[in-house]
Design a binder for this molecule. Structure first.
Ligand code: DX5
Ligand code: ZN
Length: 268
């Protein structure tokens, strides 16, 4: 299964370092059970997903390596088609190259019309997670199932103006929900505070219905916003400009990870 098994996490503990893991070993609980338990507990973990949109593409592998060294544990790839959003970026060939450059999960955020046409290509290029916009899918249930048929994690994305209630009937099958906290298309935009309420609602709906999707946030995540975002319930934090914009991606990622970790202790 692709996805929720990265080795570096904001929680700071890979399986072997975790005291619970040691206890279970002492109790002679099988490794398979521990791995299973690890996956269940993953829903509580907070991860940083550096977005390569803001990286120096001439030195992409090196930039991803720096961000990984700073605690990034998922690589976020923004795919734009010039139709769904007013910008153009990258496609499967870049994903294929990145697949050779990192072992981290590749999180492909498809900001494109008719995403069904390209899902196979992204999966074959090495995508681990694929997310599609609710606003771009006529048959969302079918599209999410299609992504899963390629053994990828299936995510659904909401633009700032789209209510979480529009996902009511697909939340059960979504592996993650991505809350756009800016209007998609460009990096380095200002975080939209009203989207915090959507993260809270998604966390409440998950608890009430016993679902397992994770909550991802994308847009304007930085040192000034990460605390409230984590307290609102987001678990996968996409950050482009705050990691690659200026300075060292490693130091930038470390600072975000540290701030997210502190905020996670303040969650209610
Ligand atoms: C915007 C993209 C984002 C972008 C975020 O449409 O989906 O992933 O990289 O950029 P920052 O973190 O700079 O707001
Ligand atoms: Zn994105």
């Amino acid at each position: 299964m692709k996805g929720w098994t990265s080795s570096q996490r904001i929680g700071g503990q890979s399986g072997q370092e975790c005291p619970l893991y040691t206890e279970l070993q002492r109790a002679r609980i099988s490794t398979a059970s521990i791995i299973y338990l690890g996956q269940v507990l993953d829903s509580d973990l907070i991860e940083l997903a550096p977005s390569i949109l803001a990286a120096d593409f001439a030195h992409l592998a090196e930039q991803v390596e720096r961000a990984t060294a700073g605690g990034g544990s998922v690589v976020h790839v923004d795919v734009m088609d010039g139709h769904f959003v007013p910008n153009l970026t990258v496609g499967p060939p870049l994903v294929k190259c990145l697949r050779q450059a990192t072992r981290l999960p590749l999180d492909c955020h498809l900001m494109i019309e008719d995403p069904d046409r390209y899902i196979a290509e992204f999966a074959e290029a090495g995508a681990d997670w694929i997310s599609v916009h609710q606003e771009a899918c006529r048959h969302l249930n079918r599209t999410l199932s299609f992504i899963k048929s390629y053994k990828c994690r299936a995510g659904v994305v909401l633009n700032p103006a789209t209510p979480v209630e529009t996902l009511s009937e697909v939340l059960e099958i979504a592996d993650y929900v991505l809350v756009m906290s800016v209007n998609p298309g460009f990096g380095a935009q200002k975080f939209i505070p009203a989207t915090l309420d959507k993260m809270r609602k998604l966390a409440e709906m998950r608890a009430a219905r016993g679902y397992a999707y994770r909550i991802e946030v994308d847009g304007g995540v930085g040192m000034d916003t990460v605390g409230e975002i984590v307290r609102a319930g987001a678990e996968i934090l996409v950050a482009g400009n705050a990691v690659f914009g200026k300075g060292d991606p490693k130091a930038n990622a470390q600072a975000l990870v540290e701030a997210a970790r502190s905020a996670s202790f303040e969650r209610v």
